[in-house]
Design a protein around this ligand. Sequence first.
Ligand SMILES: Nc1ncnc2c1ncn2[C@@H]1O[C@H](COP(=O)(O)OP(=O)(O)OP(=O)(O)O)[C@@H](O)[C@H]1O
Length: 478
Amino acid sequence: MGDLSSLGLSDWLVKQCKQLGINKPTPVQENCMPAILEGRDCMGCAKTGSGKTAAFVLPVLQKLSEDPYGIFCLVLTPTRELAYQIAEQFRVLGKPLGLRDCIIVGGMDMVAQALELSNQPHVVVATPGRLADHIRSSNTFSMSRIKFLILDEADRLLEQGCTDFTKDLEVIMGILPAKRQTLLFSATLTDTLQELKNIAMNKPFFWESKTRTVEELDQRYILTPEKVKDAYLIHLIQTFTDEHDDWSIIIFTNTCKNCQILTMMLREFNFPTISLHSMMKQKQRFANLAKFKASVYKILIATDVAARGLDIPTVQVVINHNTPGLPKIYIHRVGRTARAGRNGVSITLVTQYDIHLVHSIEEQIQTKLKEYPVQEKEVHKILTQVNVTRRQCEIKLESTDFDEKKEINKRKQLILEGKDPDLEAKRRAELEKIKSQKKLFKQKIQENIERQKHRQLKKKLMKRKQMKKKKDGKTPKQ
Ligand SMILES: Nc1ncnc2c1ncn2[C@@H]1O[C@H](COP(=O)(O)OP(=O)(O)OP(=O)(O)O)[C@@H](O)[C@H]1O
């Protein structure tokens, strides 16, 4: 492995890296940085926690120091928390340059952001939705001269998940110069490789690490019936609390509501818990994350909004309260621990209905998950108490306006997308009606087929019986 200066970085940047504990380049840095410094587009697919951020931040800072102007670089990323984390890396590593950065994300003051954009910062780090809003609504800034476009978690930006960025990306691409360097990074690029190649058009340098998850990660599972899941969770946390002084856990769950209920539950059991999900106000999201990072709270319960990119060195354990439906979500979730060469453990709670999901995860990561040993007796001792607590928390949550807020948030989102929420509701109801009619129709056809089969079978049996009778009649009695 070479050192940082042999890769083409200036002394001031190497010194700055050393201050942050970056002494030797990681493989993704060693391979991608020279190509970026040569002026090539680059696609880096490397394991979680392997230093992809510095792999693009360092060459950008190197080039910026040679020809500083604003706006020099635009970084797009799927979540607001990640945007702040990336901007921080730019700020710390670029301190000797007097780097000016600007963070453009939803949920924060748009006027203040517009002002910052008009001051021509060197680097803009943004989530696509809010940046596209600025482009649509003002002409006080220009990105026509940017040298670097970076898509961090590039596959997430291009996939059409629950938050679809494609329209916003089109708006953003529309104001960027064709002559630029495009850098794409993620731990899981392969699903969207073709789309990515369309964005990084100049024969991109492609580098991929051989394995999907890191060796330092001990990947475990617990097979559990759905209604014993929470008892396992409480038991696991209690065990970690008893056995370790300095520990932090992230628990991933599938919905905002579940996130809220589990947080309430764990607090009932006196565990220092805090949550992070998209139904929280942005300021609260930042505040909660800061408290978790500072170890004020040792347990973070989160939806997949925290699955990608977050770099919190104290996290030793990741628990998947639900088995992720897609292997790549699993890869990002468990990648919140065992980062930068540290050890970590991930435990996935698996019900009998999720076993096929585990198989496809194992196929992707080419590693078999090992069973996590648990004292079943201890789990059964707390089962009733845990389930009663959950029910109480559910009732408590129902008495708040959580579901109502969810509905209001949905309506707000539709309005932001330029849609009429009432019309959308009507359309959805009609679609539902068509769906259930189709289902009924299918059911009827299926019933008819079954009936026909039954009739044919009956006929066959009758025929066979008659034949047998005939045959028996012909056979002379002994
Ligand atoms: N060369 C290096 N030596 C030691 N530590 C490093 C090096 N490069 C980066 N790091 C540290 O490793 C940690 C993880 O880096 P980073 O967040 O960039 O990972 P990543 O590959 O982007 O992960 P993810 O896929 O989860 O986003 C950070 O704390 C970073 O400061």
